[in-house]
Design a protein around this ligand. Structure first.
Ligand code: GUN
Length: 295
């Protein structure tokens, strides 16, 4: 039987609608409008597109948003000063510095300048540390979106073997840390496999749930998994395709067509994990605004 396709676009729309409704209540009861500030440095076309999509989601949810754009040669001190003003601005509940930053700016220093109370991206070392030791905190958006996809698709993780392929700070490491927690929607036995493995199939073959975030096309093919595996594909890759008007198509990190026959469920690309990232950003920002309610 063909695998169930996990519809991330529909689930993300459902979450944004929930956020919109809760935002309306927050406004009515407490006169608080969630506010999200974006900082975009330089001319990276993909970054501009991402920020525009996030601004649109803010509008949809009823948030206030503001975007500051700085030139590619902006000084690091200007970036840090802007973050400093947002840190103490009561109308701003979330701060998002779109990455990557130009090479002369120290990304770690910039991320550490964001108040952990407004770190809706979940990248600050304090936020990451809390996640690892199981304290309540903002979860980074893509890993949180993966957990939410599994939950809403009724994929039980407790006691299951989750194999994460990829060890990035944005996806691999945090998603492994979320799913290993002794908590609802987690409690999995987690393996992180990565590019140093001699034969990655040694690990993928044992996965009940396989999360692939390598940025490489066809990292996992159907001969590398067992029957009934649940596959979460985090990849977004362009491959040449002369049949398309724009000359390329977007594919993930796994061989989707091959795995469709072997998996019990799988996320498509596009329309799987991708849309979840922005939905979870909206959820984090709403939570930050709720946290600001005076006791
Ligand atoms: N660049 C690529 N993904 C992300 C993200 O989730 N947040 C930020 N701030 N920058 C990114």
């Amino acid at each position: 039987m063909e695998a169930q396709r996990i519809d991330g676009k529909a689930i993300a729309a459902e979450i944004k609608e929930e956020v919109r409704q809760k935002t309306a209540l927050l406004k009515e009861k407490h006169r608080i409008v969630p506010g999200l500030a974006f900082l975009l440095v330089g001319d990276n076309a993909a970054s501009k597109t991402y920020v525009r999509s996030k601004e649109k989601a803010c509008d949809l949810c009823g948030f206030h948003s503001t975007t500051i754009t700085m030139p590619a040669d902006a000084r690091e001190s200007d970036v840090l000063d802007k973050i400093g003003t947002w840190n103490i601005d009561p109308d701003i509940h979330g701060i998002l510095v779109q990455l990557p930053l130009p090479g002369h700016i120290d990304e770690d220093r910039v991320i550490e300048a964001i108040s952990p109370r407004k770190d809706v991206d979940g990248f600050h070392p304090v936020t990451v540390g809390k996640l690892v030791i199981g304290q309540e905190t903002f979860l980074p958006c893509t890993p949180a979106g993966i957990q939410e996809l599994l939950l809403r698709s009724k994929v039980d993780t407790a006691g299951k073997h989750v194999v994460v392929v990829g060890r990035s700070n944005i996806v691999g490491k945090p998603v492994a840390n979320i799913l290993v927690q002794k908590a609802a929607g987690a409690n999995a036995v987690v393996t992180i496999a990565h590019s140093a493995a001699e034969d990655i199939s040694r690990y993928t073959r044992d996965a009940d749930i396989l999360i692939v975030a390598t940025g490489r096309v066809n990292t996992v093919t159907s001969d590398m998994v067992k029957d009934g595996v649940v596959v979460i594909d985090v990849g977004i890759n362009r491959v040449d395709d002369a049949t398309k008007e724009r000359g390329y198509r977007i594919v993930g990190d796994v061989d989707f067509d091959g795995l469709l026959k072997k998996a019990s469920a799988i996320t498509p690309v596009p329309g799987g994990v991708g849309p979840m990232t922005i939905a979870m950003l909206m959820q984090n920002t709403l939570r930050s605004a709720e946290n600001s309610i005076a006791p």
